[in-house]
Design a binder for this molecule. Structure first.
Ligand code: F7E
Length: 327
């Protein structure tokens, strides 16, 4: 039975990846941080087969201990301070977890693996935020990185450290440059979920307005359930490498709003939108669109859910959830 250790188990990707690995017959361990973490219950409820270990990406010895208990064949590093807007407010913490945390887990794997650092396969959750002020359209693995937020800068560090450990120690370490990926499990601070929850509440008459930031930003949004499949496929390759994972379609936040309100059957959507400067970012990533042809060719991966399908899935899930809560 193969064994896997996942950091960031409580996030949407951790949950979807756990489901996939359990389906594939893995013994799955999840690293959870803090004392009495309230999200432990969520993991136990959603993916009861996962065994939780306590530890923190900023604490090397806790990572070594987790590796000793889990004895994994594969490690997926999904843990991060992942909300871009927040990264300006807590830049040092973001750096410690999202950048130095990658070094800690790579170093823990190297120390734990003794003579053969390639025996544990490693996945690093890199991000399209690294492209920032984009230098190519669409963005691919070779595009020059130009991050625009402390989060983006931290992810660039993790990305290059992963490549460096592969090249220095022969580790089977792959970096997935994942574009925005969403689902009904997405946290409410991210724009897609904020919109799906807000639109559902407006539809059910629970509120009238949704306050947004920059409506012109464009993102390549895919379904998280599809993207964890790409992560897993990367670690099944004979050699480690880096892959862009994206849909190849780009839409603005305005189009996201239009689509979400349309799914809910509301035409005069602009009347329900306010804008507030506090939701704008000090430096914006204006346009993201990924070229995932390498993932398609080498991993045989392609997305199964398009933009319209994704927005429909999220709005319908929030409508159902709110409707049930009212009963
Ligand atoms: O913002 C704009 C905002 O917070 C998307 C993370 O998973 O994907 C995510 O990062 C866009 C930005 O995601 C609001 O300015 C407008 O242009 O959903 P988001 P993100 O920053 O793209 C990447 C790949 C990651 O790696 C990250 O971890 O939407 N926007 N109005 C807004 N965004 C938010 N959150 N709230 C608004 O009211």
């Amino acid at each position: 039975m193969p064994r896997a250790l996942i950091t960031g188990i409580t996030g949407q990707d951790g949950l979807y990846l756990s489901e996939l690995l359990l389906r594939e017959g893995y013994e799955v361990y999840g690293l959870i941080r803090g004392q009495n973490n309230p999200k432990a219950d969520l993991v136990a409820r959603e993916v009861p087969g996962v065994q939780l270990l306590t530890g923190d990406l900023t604490d090397l010895s806790s990572l070594l201990r987790a590796l000793r208990v889990a004895q994994p064949d594969e490690v997926y590093n999904l843990g991060a301070v992942s909300f871009v807007a927040y990264s300006w407010e807590q830049a040092a913490l973001t750096t410690e977890v999202t950048a130095t945390g990658v070094l800690n887990i790579l170093e823990a794997i190297r120390l734990h693996s003794g003579d053969d650092p390639s025996r544990i396969r490693f996945y690093q959750a890199s991000s399209s935020e690294m492209f920032g002020k984009v230098q190519d359209v669409p963005q691919r693995e070779s595009t020059l990185l130009w991050p625009r937020s402390p989060y983006g800068v931290a992810k660039v560090y993790g990305h290059y450290m992963t490549i460096n450990y592969r090249e220095s120690y022969g580790m089977h370490a792959s970096s997935g440059i994942l574009f925005n990926h969403e689902s009904p499990r997405r946290g409410p601070e991210f724009v897609t979920r904020k919109v799906s929850m807000g639109v559902a509440a407006i539809k059910l008459g629970l509120r009238d307005k949704l306050t947004m930031g920059n409506l012109d930003a464009r993102r390549d949004w895919g379904f998280a359930g599809d993207y964890v499949e790409a992560m897993w496929r990367m670690l099944q390759q004979p050699t480690a490498s880096d892959f862009v994972v994206a849909t190849g379609e780009t839409h603005s936040v305005r189009e996201l709003l239009e689509c979400a309100f349309r799914v809910a059957g509301i035409d005069d959507w602009e009347q329900h939108i306010d804008q507030d400067k506090s939701f704008f970012r000090p430096a914006e990533v204006d346009l993201l669109i990924g070229d995932a042809s390498r993932a398609r060719t080498v991993l045989g991966w392609k997305p199964s859910v398009d933009f319209e399908g994704l927005v429909t899935m999220m709005v319908e899930a929030d409508l159902r959830r709110l409707h049930d809560a009212q009963r």
